[in-house]
Design a protein around this ligand. Structure first.
Ligand code: HPA
Ligand code: ZN
Length: 334
């Protein structure tokens, strides 16, 4: 193995394509926002909160995730949250980030969509100058709140479509198949937005098929259970549909027993356009760089393999061709 490979995991220029900004809420900032908004979190302190990061499945995480984000109330809270994420990943080679946010998780508790967007934008508008990171926003629909609420959320987003690059689908997966969201995804496509969806994280391969064939997504978020269906995996490889894989998340949410049993090497061997991401970095034990490092250590990926993950992240991004080529050239020159 290349002795410098560990450095490469952090230093190689890369894009992060699967991270929920609310999942970058570190306990310290959560308590700070709680203090300034006069909210009492149901945890004694930062250490008490961190001790609860022991999840049995996706839902057990989501319960904590939605409770934690109750402290995000003002535009400043969202600005601080995005700044905190960017400051971390600038040290990990991130040059571009496509950032998920969950509008319904905020509007449902009385925080206006404009507050969320204004707050995030106040950080992201200058991310290139301050952190050397270009950024885009992707608004995700909460699938467990159903297609009707997703459509209402899309209508609320319509005046702001210039501020987002795409829409996604997240939250509890099992029992909430993608097909019900076909009408709202069709509207989003008509509005010129890119489409992504979480599928095959906990849910069956059938949900990945639906995300591809019914929603017509550009990328699949997670998608690891596609590895159970050889026909599906061949299709994903043939069409070079990017998968935004989040290895540490999959272990923490017990979608896989151990990192060693993760299907990542199988995806790579099958020719799938695979990217490495953090998902909810404050909760899952690491930012994107730690995810690169973890898979490098576990599977012995060498320098070339790590660069390939990074190149894939640029190819799979929604950046324009010139920006993609500039970043790919940076990776080759590194
Ligand atoms: O890993 C996830 N899966 C689904 N929804 C989510 N929302 C934040 N993180 C996740
Ligand atoms: Zn996710």
């Amino acid at each position: 193995m290349n002795p410098d490979a560990s450095g490469t995991a952090l230093s190689v220029p890369k894009a992060e394509l699967h991270m929920h900004i609310e999942g970058a809420l570190e306990p310290e900032l959560a308590f700070e926002c709680a203090r300034r908004n006069g909210i009492t979190l149901p945890y004694a302190d930062v250490d008490d909160l961190r001790r609860r990061y022991d999840f049995s499945n996706l839902q057990s995480f989501l319960d904590l995730y939605y409770t934690g984000m109750n402290v995000l109330c003002t535009a400043q809270d969202f600005t601080d949250l995005a700044d905190s994420y960017l400051a971390r990943v600038r040290q990990q080679g991130v040059r571009h980030a496509e950032i998920f946010f969950d509008p319904q998780a905020h509007t449902s508790r009385g925080v206006a969509l404009e507050t969320v967007l204004d707050g995030l934008e106040a950080s992201l508008a200058t991310s290139q100058e301050r952190f050397g990171i270009s950024t885009r926003l992707i608004a995700c629909f909460l699938r467990d709140r159903g297609p009707d609420e997703a459509m209402a959320t899309f209508e609320a987003l319509l005046p702001h479509t210039g501020r987002i690059t795409g829409v996604g689908l997240d939250s509890a997966e099992d029992g909430y198949p993608p097909e019900g969201f076909a009408p709202v995804f069709a509207r989003a496509r008509q509005a010129g937005l890119h489409l992504v969806a979480h599928a095959g994280e906990e849910g069956p391969p059938e949900y990945v098929w639906q995300a591809l064939d019914v929603l017509g997504v550009d990328r699949i978020d997670h998608g690891i259970r596609a590895a159970e269906d050889p026909t599906l995996l061949r299709r994903i490889a043939r069409d070079q549909v990017p998968l935004t894989v989040c290895p540490l998340s999959n272990v923490r949410l017990r979608c896989v027993d151990t990192l060693g049993r993760h299907c990542l090497p199988q995806l790579v061997d099958t020719g799938v356009l695979t990217t490495i991401n953090s998902d909810d970095p404050a909760y899952f034990g690491g930012y994107v760089g730690e995810n690169y490092r973890a898979v490098q250590r576990e599977f012995g990926f060498d320098d070339t393999a790590l660069r390939e993950f990074a190149s894939n992240s640029i190819r799979a991004s929604f950046l324009g061709r010139d920006e993609r080529e500039r970043l790919l050239a940076e990776i080759s020159a590194e």
